[in-house]
Design a protein around this ligand. Structure first.
Ligand SMILES: Cc1cc2nc3c(=O)[nH]c(=O)nc-3n(C[C@H](O)[C@H](O)[C@H](O)COP(=O)(O)OP(=O)(O)OC[C@H]3O[C@@H](n4cnc5c(N)ncnc54)[C@H](O)[C@@H]3O)c2cc1C
Length: 311
């Protein structure tokens, strides 16, 4: 990464990367404390929660993700008007902590500087290329189940790869959709199937390996190999990925063996919050608290020994 001499924006007190629950909470907390904040977001404020159809565990009476995402956007807009918060629509690629500052590099080459950075980039969806039990050609991209609209999958033979938890969320969010899902999943996903086992729209198929080939006229040929040694060919009009997720870590973050970013292992000026911290505790309420806490860390640090202020 280049030095601050190449920086193209004024340094701020706090840079936040990712405008999910953790990043939004961090940015709002900092702005409310009169810190100068820049929030960097690649997709849109609350882009992930906006795709969650049904919510029942977020305090405040929120019952759908889109409602919550709209409220986040309104909060950010209010603080932008105050002049203390800047929203930058960009993809961050790397983060680096120095003795006197922290830097975030953007995909277009711009370098942003702050006293402290909070990285709250969450997790990203695994693709068939990321897992060893699926053999699939690169492209066309297999869309994730959790972002699929009911009309996209209505009245078709839909095969879902993987039995990760978003399957239950999708079915609860669309109780009147009569789509039939054939879910091909490996043994390590079996324990997740219990919560939707009663739903007549789902048929589970335990597999060891799956090979997928796009058909010239559209759709897919699928060869499913089962643990008992048998294999069955099938076709699908639509294919959806439900394979789990992986941390969306920026270059420069310290990662553990599982790819997540333990907060204690990072540079003191680089804080991580929300889902990026670890595979457990991935919940909106946890991310909100985490983001607020991350913003308070440099605030109390700079009021105390000044160690995290810009020198
Ligand atoms: C289908 C589904 C259903 C769920 N249901 C629930 C539920 O009912 N209740 C619950 O509590 N939790 C639920 N969750 C989990 C919840 O969504 C997460 O725990 C929460 O969103 C984590 O917040 P976060 O801020 O850490 O990350 P995210 O919400 O993932 O936000 C990260 C943000 O960072 C941005 N970003 C990523 N990389 C970059 C980059 N390089 N540069 C710039 N921006 C970047 C992304 O665009 C995104 O906006 C669900 C998740 C899914 C997928």
């Amino acid at each position: 990464m280049t030095s601050t001499a190449d920086a193209t924006a004024d340094p701020v007190d706090l840079l936040v990367v990712g405008a999910g629950p953790a990043g939004v909470a961090a940015a709002l907390m900092a702005a409310s404390l009169r810190m100068r904040v820049t929030l960097v977001e690649a997709a849109g404020v609350g882009s992930k929660v906006a795709a969650i159809g049904a919510l029942e565990n977020v305090p405040g009476g929120w019952t759908t993700g889109p409602q919550l995402a709209e409220a986040f956007a309104a909060d950010i807009a209010r603080h932008r008007e105050s002049g203390r918060l800047t929203l930058v629509r960009a993809r961050a690629t790397a983060v680096k902590g120095h003795d006197d500052r922290a830097e975030v590099a953007l995909a277009d080459g711009e370098l942003l500087t702050a006293a402290t950075v909070v990285v709250a980039t969450g997790v990203t969806t695994l693709t068939p290329q990321d897992v060893d039990w699926v053999e699939a050609p690169t492209g066309p991209r297999v869309p994730p189940l959790w972002r699929a609209a009911p009309e996209e999958v209505a009245a078709r033979e839909v095969v879902v790869l993987g039995a990760d938890r978003p399957l239950g969320t999708w079915l609860r969010a669309h109780p009147h959709t009569d789509t039939r899902f054939r879910v091909l999943h490996p043994a390590h996903d079996t324990y997740k199937t219990a919560e939707v086992a009663e739903d007549r729209r789902v048929r589970f198929d335990l597999v060891e390996r799956v090979r997928i080939a796009p058909r010239p006229g559209g759709g897919y040929d699928i060869a499913a190999h089962h643990p008992d040694g048998t294999s069955h060919p099938a076709t699908a009009d639509a294919l959806l990925a439900n394979l789990g997720s992986k941390p969306a870590a920026l270059d420069g973050l310290v990662t553990g063996p599982d790819g997540y970013c333990p907060p204690d292992a990072q540079h003191p000026r680089v804080l991580v919050a929300g889902d990026l911290k670890g595979a457990r505790m991935q919940r909106i309420a946890v991310a909100l608290g985490d983001g607020g806490r991350a913003a308070l860390t440099p605030y109390y640090g700079s009021l105390g020994d000044g160690s995290l202020a810009l020198r």
